[in-house]
Design a protein around this ligand. Structure first.
Ligand code: GDP
Ligand code: MG
Length: 328
């Protein structure tokens, strides 16, 4: 894996447009404390954002910062201007504090919704100016939602029962599912942002558990009429692209593993990953986790789609409602 973020490989047409204008992309990460949000951001963008020093403050005035143990204690936003192969991108990541950090988690979604709304408002305000030639697009284009790998915060049954077979079944049926807070969060946000749910720390689950958990999550999402971002397959003519998108879709919700560090595999390769007594989990290996597919969708194949959907659908809904509520 090179040191590229990778957006310069966007499909040609988009590429040309973007070369001319330069463009902005904002990713938000949300989920409980300790689920690996900051680590995944580092893994995705290869420290580009953290090389810049102090984070910038936000559209809604709230700001910073990580505390001494690196924990995120308030919504913070970091940006970097990146240029690859002549394509300019202003990349911003919005990191949010963990849900579990609040005394009352009932409205854990509220500051996040407020942040997204204030970014829409800032855009709307620019549109209403006389000179609209250079709009700053700080709207959130993608929201990566981290799902706890156990579903409930208790010891997995497999560590408790003497009969491993039975426990697996128990685990899958009762333990691995979305929590009410997950469902509520997604319901509050799916009309405002492209939601990309991921299973955090997937290296802590077996392959079978990942498969069963994914199915369970998709069922819960469908049952609750939650709309998540899926690479569109309709309207495509090119068979290669259809296959590529189907492949990405089949991995949703992505089971991800993040790591800042390089480890040595049994056969002597240096890889980004996590070392265990029984072997190494490689971040950039599709046989080990879905990190590559998430990265591909976010940065390579669907960055423009995410931006377009934010502008044409999500922002448009927000704008219409806002103007109606103002009696315009
Ligand atoms: P955040 O609070 O969500 O930002 O979580 P951090 O990124 O600070 O990570 C919390 C802890 O989990 C750190 O010790 C990380 O090294 C570890 N961690 C991060 N990602 C993973 C992962 O994919 N798998 C495992 N097993 N641990 C992880
Ligand atoms: Mg963090």
């Amino acid at each position: 894996m090179g040191s590229f973020v990778g957006f310069a490989n966007l499909p040609n047409q988009v590429h040309r447009k973007s070369v001319r204008r330069g463009f902005q992309f904002v990713t938000m990460v949300v989920g409980d404390s300790g689920l690996g949000k900051s680590t995944l951001i580092n893994t995705l963008f290869e420290h580009k954002l953290y090389d810049l020093g102090a984070p910038r403050s936000l559209a809604n005035g709230s700001s910073m910062n990580g505390n001494a143990n690196g924990r995120t204690v308030a919504i913070e936003s970091k940006s970097a201007d990146v240029e690859e192969n002549g394509v300019r991108l202003k990349l911003t990541v919005v990191d949010t504090p963990g849900f579990g950090d609040h005394v009352n988690n009932d409205e854990a979604w509220k500051p996040i919704v407020d942040n997204i709304d204030s970014r829409f408002d800032a855009y709307l305000e620019q549109e209403n100016r006389v000179n609209r030639s250079k709009l700053m697009d700080n709207r959130v284009h993608a929201c990566i939602y981290f799902i706890q790998p156990t579903g409930h915060s208790c010891v997995p049954f497999k560590f408790l029962s003497p009969n491993p077979k039975m426990i697996d079944l128990w685990g899958v049926l009762h333990l691995f599912r979305l929590r009410p807070i997950d469902i509520e969060f997604m319901r509050k946000l799916h009309h405002k942002v492209n939601l990309i749910p991921v299973i955090a720390k997937a290296d802590t689950l077996t392959d079978d558990e990942v498969v069963a958990f994914k199915q369970r999550i998709l069922n819960d999402i469908a049952h609750n009429n939650i709309q998540i971002f899926q690479p569109p397959i309709y309207d495509l003519e090119d068979e290669e692209t259809i296959a590529e998108n189907e492949e990405i879709q089949s991995k949703v919700p992505f089971a991800v593993v993040g790591s800042d560090t390089f480890v040595t595999t049994a056969d002597g390769r240096q890889v980004r990953g996590r070392a265990y007594p029984w072997g190494t989990i490689e971040v950039d290996n599709e046989a080990h986790c879905d990190f590559i597919k998430l990265r591909q969708m976010l940065i390579h194949t669907h960055m423009e789609e995410l931006r377009e959907h934010t502008n044409d659908v999500l922002y448009e809904q927000y704008r219409t409602q806002k103007l109606l509520s103002m009696g315009v």
